[in-house]
Design a protein around this ligand. Structure first.
Ligand code: NZQ
Ligand code: ZN
Length: 388
């Protein structure tokens, strides 16, 4: 196992009816900005529960944060925060609202010239202050509710960039599985595959004799395979919703990634596809991952065979035959959730390859992956394999 540090102070309040606990979680004298997305919370009763819990608090609202949250919109929120001396942000939504709120929390106190630097120069600059955040999660998927990461898009340049800081870790997150009941089928599927691939990014690398992390990761993968389809089939199956929700949080709160190598090439390539074509985050991952598994098959062989045996019961055949079967099982899982895995399914052709490569070249990126050897040439091969 590699050396590691671990810090995750996010208070989790999990279960039916937990939104009411908001009352005791925010300082009484706080000036709150309540942030949300395109309005789903006003149709499914979550907004009403939040407002009831905030009775007597000083609250201003900022709605309209779109999926893949836009810098341009978030900067309007930053102005609102400054003008109203807001000192607490309450994000009610999915990964986009939570990420957008994290960015606003840091941007409002940013002392540099342009808050976009938080993203564009994330390896050089450091977030040193942020307004405290709490969240009410409405979509199990990203893990944003229990991590310090955020991914923001700039409409003007079609860039989608991430940053991460302890300063934007939520003070608390409320996870009521009943929020799942109103999710459209597409968003449930997106959430299942996002959590599944977060787990693989931290698991499908090379062995470092870390059986705890491996078995935690395997328990998440198996849970997603077993419980995900139950939620797809019956949205009001509370137990399945609860298991999906907790799996998605655990997949990216840092715990399975401690002391082990991490890949993230699939995510880095996927973000470019969302930025260029607007395809939902989870879906872009399913377009890329099978190609990564194939092109980096040798690098990942030992963990791939372990994954095949422990998740899919693949034990027969030569190594090559097993790996073919493992990739096929993974692809079938995504497709069983209604998610397509080829660019042709989205009407996208080979033109995607130079576009993606060009973006990485312009940013001076040479490679990704757990060994830093997923080169731009490999990325071209990965995309080529996924064309049709
Ligand atoms: O905007 P509203 O009206 O709320 O509707 C949303 C949105 O249209 C809807 N929705 C959410 N909860 C609902 C609901 N509809 C009905 N009932 C509910 N309970 O679902 C749609 C998608 O929401 P969004 O927040 O965009 O989805 P998700 O949670 O999948 O977040 C995706 C974003 O998170 C980023 C992605 O890149 C993407 O921008 N990620 C963030 C990560 C992190 N912070 O750690 C890691 C991830 O890898 C990911 O990159
Ligand atoms: Zn993701």
């Amino acid at each position: 196992m590699k050396n590691f540090g671990f810090y995750n102070p996010v208070r989790i309040s999990f279960g039916k009816g937990k939104i009411a606990e908001l009352t005791g979680m925010i300082p009484q004298n706080a000036k709150i900005l309540l942030t949300y997305g395109g309005g789903s919370i006003k149709k499914n009763g979550i907004y009403d529960q939040v407002i009831a819990a905030l009775r007597g608090f000083n609250v201003i609202e900022f709605g309209g944060i779109e999926a893949n949250p836009y810098y341009e919109i978030l900067m309007i929120g930053v102005e609102l925060i400054k003008a109203n001396e807001i000192d607490f942000l309450l994000a009610v939504g999915g990964g986009s609202v939570l990420d957008g709120t994290k960015f606003m929390a840091a941007a409002a106190l940013w002392e540099g010239s342009d808050p976009w630097e938080i993203l564009s120069r994330r390896n050089v600059v450091k977030v040193t202050h942020a307004i405290p955040i709490g969240t009410v999660l409405t979509l199990p998927a990203t893990g944003s509710e229990m991590n310090g990461g955020a991914v923001i898009t700039r409409r003007e340049t079609k860039e989608k960039l991430a940053f991460s800081s302890e300063k934007v870790l939520p003070r608390f997150s409320i996870l009521d599985p009943e929020v799942v009941f109103s999710l459209p089928q597409i968003q449930v599927a997106n959430g299942i595959v996002d959590a599944f691939i977060h787990t693989l990014e931290q698991y499908l690398t090379y062995p470092v004799n870390a059986p705890i992390q491996d078995r935690f990761a395997e328990s998440l993968l198996i849970t997603l395979v077993e419980e995900g389809p139950k939620v797809m089939a019956n949205r009001t199956d509370y137990d399945a919703a609860a298991n999906l929700m907790w799996a998605a949080t655990m997949a990216l709160n840092g715990i399975i990634g401690v002391g082990v190598p991490q890949d993230w090439a699939t995510h880095m390539i996927g973000h470019e596809i969302t930025a260029l074509h607007g395809i939902d985050h989870g879906r872009t991952l399913c377009l890329v991952l099978p190609g990564v598994m194939r092109v980096k098959q040798k690098n990942k062989e030992a963990k791939m065979l372990q994954y095949g045996e422990r998740i899919w019961n693949i034990t027969e055949g030569t190594t090559d035959e097993k790996i073919d079967a493992i990739i096929a099982k993974t692809v079938n899982f995504f497709e069983s959730l209604g998610i397509k895995t080829k660019f042709s399914d989205y009407g996208i052709g080979a033109e995607i390859i130079p576009k993606v490569i060009d973006r990485f070249e312009k940013r001076g990126i040479k490679a990704f992956g757990e060994r830093g050897d997923v080169t731009l040439e490999d990325i071209a091969k990965i995309l080529e394999l996924q064309l049709k």
